[in-house]
Design a binder for this molecule. Structure first.
Ligand SMILES: Nc1ncnc2c1ncn2[C@@H]1O[C@H](COP(=O)(O)OP(=O)(O)OP(=O)(O)O)[C@@H](O)[C@H]1O
Ligand SMILES: [Mg+2]
Length: 260
């Protein structure tokens, strides 16, 4: 079987450097090619884009000399270019902020747009991520289709990287609407072979608990949407809050990547 590429969105920013590092390691772990995509906004200088791509390829080669690397400069917005690339990718990796195109104190428009519309999981990394020393994958589970796919993705990632797993189902206080029973949580995790996973069934705000219980996480995995949701929002409030405040990379499973 041909392995789908790990796609990394690059723009020459410090966060993109971290995205290249994460994506290169993941490509090696998956035995997948690495595909670097630079989106060139109308009116910006192609020479500079060439240099960004050249440096990115050199950085990835320096990290993992054995992997297959392919790069492309696309015209248009980063989210459009990356949504397109996500149609045939194992995962798309981006920095939480960038130079110009992904600018902003928190996760920029590119990240949110991509997390909502990509066709495969999206990993958002932070520029200030010094070491990648986390020991576990933390998964937020609310019983929605996207969170089922988050379970699949998170358990698989943990196996491949030999990480512990913590699955959190938080019951917002005072509402039965999003309630997942302890049994449902256990069944969902065990059905996927996650017998060693730590299960946390807890009352309170999901995003707060997920963030609090992720201080030693290597990766947090969530669906872009959950059981609630207003059609008008790009992604749900839990995934948006966690994306903005997590200290570690966050993988978001868009609706189109949540099997069916
Ligand atoms: N109660 C919860 N416990 C654990 N994880 C959750 C919980 N609610 C949501 N999540 C995680 O966050 C992801 C996104 O759900 P979120 O709640 O943000 O979207 P939504 O339900 O569509 O919108 P909203 O809740 O803001 O109306 C889910 O797929 C799941 O991974
Ligand atoms: Mg919800």
């Amino acid at each position: 079987m041909k392995h789908l590429p790990v796609v990394v969105g690059i723009d020459g920013s410090p966060a993109a450097d971290v995205a290249i590092k994460w994506g290169t390691q993941e490509a090696a772990a998956l035995r997948s090619p690495l595909h670097l995509v630079y989106a060139l906004a109308p009116g910006s200088a192609p020479a500079q884009a060439g240099e960004v791509v050249y440096k990115a390829v050199a950085q990835a080669r320096g990290l993992m000399p054995g992997i297959v690397i392919d790069s492309r400069i696309e015209s248009g917005s980063p989210s459009a270019a990356l949504v397109k690339a996500s149609g045939s990718a194992a995962v798309v990796v981006i920095g939480s902020r960038g130079l110009g195109v992904m600018i902003g104190a928190l996760v920029g428009a590119t990240g949110l747009d991509l997390a909502a519309n990509a066709r495969c999981p999206v990993v958002v990394v932070r520029p200030d991520l010094g070491s990648m020393a986390g020991v576990r994958v933390v998964i937020g589970y609310d019983g929605s289709p996207a969170s089922d796919t988050a379970l699949d993705f998170g358990l698989e990632h943990a196996r491949r990287h030999d990480l512990a797993v913590r699955v959190i189902a938080a019951e917002p206080a005072g509402t039965a609407l999003h309630r997942i029973s302890e049994n449902e949580l256990r069944e969902a995790v065990h059905a996927r072979g996650g017998h060693d996973a730590e299960l946390v069934h807890i009352t309170g705000h999901p995003a707060e608990h997920i963030l609090r219980l992720s201080s030693d996480a290597a990766l947090i995995v969530l669906g872009a949407r959950g059981r609630g949701g207003f059609a008008g929002m790009l992604i749900g409030s839990v995934s948006q809050t966690v994306l903005h405040h997590a200290d570690c990379p966050v993988a978001i499973i868009p609706a189109a990547a949540a099997g069916g």
